[in-house]
Design a protein around this ligand. Structure first.
Ligand SMILES: NC(=O)c1ccc[n+]([C@@H]2O[C@H](COP(=O)([O-])OP(=O)(O)OC[C@H]3O[C@@H](n4cnc5c(N)ncnc54)[C@H](OP(=O)(O)O)[C@@H]3O)[C@@H](O)[C@H]2O)c1
Length: 294
């Protein structure tokens, strides 16, 4: 169907990679894939086998994403999210391919009071954030054609994520405690993949932010999820101090969407994207019940 050059999708089985795979299939856009163990981003020889001269667009959904694990394993996180991304950028430069890469709100310090601009100061709040900031730097230094998309709070009807976790707990428990002192923007990976494709088609380059519209706390987000899963479950707000984790989380990580919305229009509010995902989860569960019964 498409006028797009040959696409290489890296990590097609991760949470975002799955959304990309479904989108490309739905739009009948041909693509190739690269995944572990044959493709390891930390191995330049493996990258060379996949980023061949006929590849026009590389969509990189691979990353070390264990935020708390990165505190103890920062070297590994940096190898995958920093050094490896540098190898990939170098291969894209050689193939003259456009690199679509995903980064995070955690490259910022998390103490702002208004949305972080695309060119705001990079001051990561934890080890994972430092490793992702390193990846951004590598791409800019290698100067390949690129589009770095920072995003936050990813969720989907599949994989492991906050929406599925809260849905499950809401069904099992009478009440849940969720932190109410961290504010950000949730992002449906289906919306993220579709918006990324629009940005590619519009010829966007450089660094942009893509999330759902609106903003909330994890508590606000959980209230809507629990209401859908089991209205009898009470969601109780608490502070981050009550649930200390190895990695520091940003108090405020709302990403400014202005430049992105100027290209592709307003981002749908998170309630709208979340409803869509909750309906898919409900539909999937109903199908499973039906299958068990038959
Ligand atoms: N999740 C979030 O809330 C969030 C927020 C902001 C930004 N992001 C960024 O968004 C992107 C997608 O995140 P996601 O949540 O979809 O991640 P994910 O589900 O954890 O998927 C990451 C994928 O990377 C693969 N991978 C790990 N190490 C690799 C290596 N050395 N070589 C090749 N592949 C490797 C993993 O393969 P295996 O499963 O086989 O190990 C997995 O398929 C990442 O860049 C992430 O940093 C995520």
């Amino acid at each position: 169907m498409s006028a797009l050059p040959t696409i290489l999708l890296i990590a097609p089985n991760g949470m975002l990679g799955t959304a990309w795979r479904k989108l490309l299939i739905a739009k009948d856009i041909p693509y190739r894939t690269a995944a572990l163990p044959e493709f390891d981003i930390t191995d330049p020889n493996a990258i060379a086998k996949f980023v061949t001269p006929d590849i026009g667009v590389v969509i990189n959904c691979c990353a070390y994403t264990n935020v708390d694990g990165a505190e103890e394993s920062e070297e590994i996180a940096t190898l995958v999210n920093g050094t490896g991304v540098g190898y990939l950028a170098q291969a894209c430069k050689q193939a003259d391919a456009l690199l679509i890469h995903y980064s995070t709100d955690y490259v910022f310090n998390g103490v702002a009071t208004e949305p972080y601009k695309v060119d705001g100061p990079i001051e990561p709040c934890n080890a994972y954030g430092r490793s992702k900031a390193e990846g951004e730097k590598e791409i800019r230094e290698h100067d390949c054609q690129h589009l770095i998309l920072r995003t936050s709070w990813l969720y989907a009807p599949w994989a492991k994520n906050f929406v599925l976790t809260i849905s499950k707990y809401a069904k099992e428990r009478d009440s849940l405690k969720v932190v109410n002192d961290q504010h950000g923007r949730p992002t449906s990976v289906e919306h993220l993949a579709a918006t990324s494709l629009k940005l590619i088609e519009e010829g966007a380059r450089g660094t942009l932010h893509v999330t759902d519209g609106g903003q909330c706390s994890w508590y606000d987000f959980a209230v809507v999820i629990a209401e859908h899963a089991n209205p009898a479950c009470k969601v109780v707000p608490c502070t981050s101090a009550e649930y200390p984790l190895p990695a520091l989380r940003p108090k405020y990580s709302v990403l400014d969407l202005g430049p992105t919305e100027a290209i592709v229009g307003k981002m749908p509010d998170w309630h709208e994207n979340l409803n869509n995902v909750l309906n898919q989860i409900g539909h999937k569960e109903a199908q499973e019940v039906q299958q068990k019964a038959s």
